[in-house]
Design a protein around this ligand. Structure first.
Ligand code: FEO
Ligand code: CA
Ligand code: CA
Ligand code: CA
Length: 663
């Protein structure tokens, strides 16, 4: 087996790994002339930081001045950007730790003991690397409900004692990991998946209801059912499952969503990392797997479980990379992999009910040069009959986006038999189109994007916000109107207006809301408003949320001490009026962490945020300056106890004295 990467799917690999989309789609639209030659200027984020340290923020006004204009929809005192071992929230707010990796969910859950971990304990405890956070109200309450949380992946160098050796390679220190034991792999599998847990606000503070009757852990060992057009396809059949409909587990659940009918959807993202081994020579899936980067072999699970070994179960990877739907009302329900929504590296699945009652899911495929999708159900949402909605996700149309240079957006259907999606091109039926959704998008001429992450519809105004996190590989001759920067180190945000405000429309318009990065460095080409302060700008948008007031909040993945001089965090971004494209820092994470969630309760009085992989890094932070691993962590957030590792955690942010978040 190949050696595991200690960093797994963290930003380092994503930023520098191979681009998968080798299709020859022309980049769309006119080439936008760049005002500055970037040659020699942008050698990545490190170079930019060096420049920004010497250039004053000439283009920036103070936040107070911006507020004096009365334009911003937000009125909180901005957090100072920076890097340290702690989290920071805007003054006047409390940020309370609600759930940590290892916290008990049931009365029989063992107390978390990092020195004596077991899969049996982990499966009764909150999992690792919390990412998506959703809230499903109980009896319509904004203060009592189910919190649903994805556990995306595991970092063994931060989780397990005694497995790291520091080695020197080419004069540089590196972490070397001992091979994981079967017990450790089982712990990893139990730390993946999702948590469903009842929570309640008591005297202004959120509490976990241990033993809530709907509390549940879903893991990489939970049995799932495959449904929709690809269920039962020969390409999904394995030695262990001759029906092609029963899968063990879900992995790399990144962002997700809560459906209008109150189910929890989990997006399977970087599934390539879990597979190892070689396909039998001449196997028909070779090109399909190449397009998905399978196998990467970042995990050692194939050492102990045949299903992750391509030589033994060559069809297994076709059973991952889907959207999984969980009926949270029945803790014994079998989660369903809904194949109608296509198979790719799904970032998330935020949804909205269109005016015609159809439900629309926005889907990003997080890879350089991959695509933006949406799924429109055939059926309509019935607000009075939950049961009537339970299979809406099995029938509908998956579309892929073409962003034309004139600002037109075209949603192209991925329907077998239409256009190039025919047997001649290797698609025998709709199952094939869905299993190879990426190749279908290639053939339709979809626009190659700068890593689509979370995509958020705003039900109040018919707009949709697309987070594009970065694309260090885009070359000058590959820029297009929707991805206008070569070597896009800091990402951008696109705003979509669906035709007539109809989310189910097959056309719309688009414009760039924000090009990210330091606006005081002209060569970066960032487009924050001039009211944005030196603390307010960010790079690498990833997850996002729209609060009940319709305002946009953006969480980031990849800000760093040397890269942007700041950790990741949660930023409030104005989208309307004079303040459009003004951003303010509301919360920031401890060193090494990524900001996930975010989620606002229906009354806007709580923001839940997920702090993922704290202490994963520290070598470029002056306050630490060396490699971080279990025995020597850059932060022991949130417990700060010598015998406790850093613990990914969900944080509940409330306003002191009550009131809405963000003013
Ligand atoms: Fe799991 Fe695309 O972030
Ligand atoms: Ca993400
Ligand atoms: Ca979101
Ligand atoms: Ca990301």
């Amino acid at each position: 087996m190949s050696q595991p990467s200690p960093f797994r799917t963290s930003l380092l690999e994503q930023a520098e790994g191979p681009a998968r989309n080798a299709s020859d789609n022309a980049t769309m639209g006119e080439i936008i002339a760049t005002r500055f030659s970037r040659r020699g200027l942008l050698k990545g984020a490190l170079a930019v930081s060096a420049i920004s340290a010497t250039v004053g923020p000439v283009a920036l006004l103070a936040a107070d001045e911006a507020r004096a204009g009365g334009a911003s929809a937000f009125s909180f005192p901005e957090v100072e950007a920076g890097v340290d071992a702690h989290h920071h929230v805007a003054e006047g707010y409390d940020a309370d730790i609600l759930l940590r990796w290892g916290d008990a969910l049931f009365s029989d859950s063992p107390e978390f003991d990092p020195a004596a971990q077991s899969a049996a304990a982990q499966v009764r405890q909150f999992g690792y690397n919390n990412d998506y956070v959703g809230f499903i109200a109980i009896d319509g309450s904004a203060e009592h409900g189910l919190l649903v949380v994805n556990h995306e992946y595991t970092n063994p160098h931060l989780m397990f004692p005694g497995i790291v050796t520091i080695v020197e390679k080419d004069g540089k220190k590196e972490l070397q990991l001992a091979g994981l034991t079967r017990d450790q792999v089982d712990i990893e599998m139990a730390a993946h998946g999702g948590t469903i847990v009842e929570i309640r606000k008591v005297e202004g503070k959120w509490q976990v209801v241990r033993d809530g009757k709907l509390n549940r852990r879903i893991t990489a060992a939970t049995e799932m059912q495959v449904t929709g057009p690809a269920a039962g396809s020969d390409r999904l059949k394995t030695n262990a499952d001759a029906t092609g409909t029963k899968v063990i587990g879900t992995v790399n659940n990144c962002a997700g969503g809560v459906t209008p009918w109150g189910t929890y959807v989990m997006a399977e993202e970087n599934v390539h990392g879990y597979f190892s081994g070689e396909l039998p020579a001449g196997h028909a899936e070779a090109a399909n797997y190449e397009r998905m980067g399978i196998p990467e072999g970042a995990y050692e699970w194939a050492n102990f479980y045949d299903r992750f070994d391509l030589a033994k179960e060559p069809n297994e990877p076709n059973r991952f990379g889907w959207i999984v739907e969980v009926d949270v009302n029945d803790p014994t329900s079998t989660p369903k992999k809904r194949t109608a929504l296509g198979r790719f590296k799904h970032e998330g699945a935020e949804s909205v009910v269109a005016a015609n009652g159809k439900v629309v899911f926005y889907l990003g495929d997080d890879e350089r040069f991959d695509y933006v999708y949406k799924f429109v159900t055939d059926g309509t949402f019935n607000p009075d009959d939950r049961a009537a909605n339970m299979d809406l996700l099995d029938s509908g149309t998956l579309y892929v986006a073409k962003f034309d240079a004139d600002g037109t957006l075209v949603w192209m259907p991925l329907v077998h038999g239409e256009g190039p999606l025919t047997a001649e091109n290797g698609f025998a039926g709709q199952a094939d189109v869905l299993i190879e959704a990426r190749r279908a998008g290639d053939l339709l001429g979809a626009t190659k994007m700068d890593r689509p992450e979370d995509i958020q519809p705003a039900s109040a105004n018919g707009k949709v916000y697309v987070m594009l996190t970065n694309n260090s590989r885009r070359k000058d001759d590959q820029i297009d109107a929707a991805n206008p920067r070569a070597k896009n180190a800091f990402g951008h945000i696109i705003e979509i207006n669906e035709d007539g405000g109809d989310f189910s429309a097959t056309k719309g318009t688009w414009e760039i809301l924000l090009k990210c990065g330091d606006p005081s460095v002209a060569e970066v080409g960032a487009s924050f408003s001039t009211a944005t302060t030196a603390n307010g700008w960010f790079g690498m948008p990833d997850n996002c949320a729209i609060d009940a007031a319709g305002r946009l909040w953006v969480a980031t993945d990849g800000n760093s001490p040397k890269g942007t001089g700041r950790t990741d965090g949660l930023w409030a971004v104005d989208t309307e009026g004079d303040a459009r494209a003004t951003s303010k820092l509301f919360f920031r994470v401890p060193v090494g962490a990524e900001m996930c969630g975010p989620l606002f309760t229906p009354d806007d009085q709580t923001a839940f945020v997920a702090v993922q992989h704290p202490a994963d890094g520290g070598e470029d932070w002056e306050g630490f300056g060396r490699l971080s691993y279990y025995e020597d962590l850059s932060t022991r957030w949130p417990d700060f106890k010598d015998d406790m590792p850093a613990r990914p955690s969900v944080v509940a942010i409330t306003r002191q004295g009550g009131g809405k978040i963000g003013g």
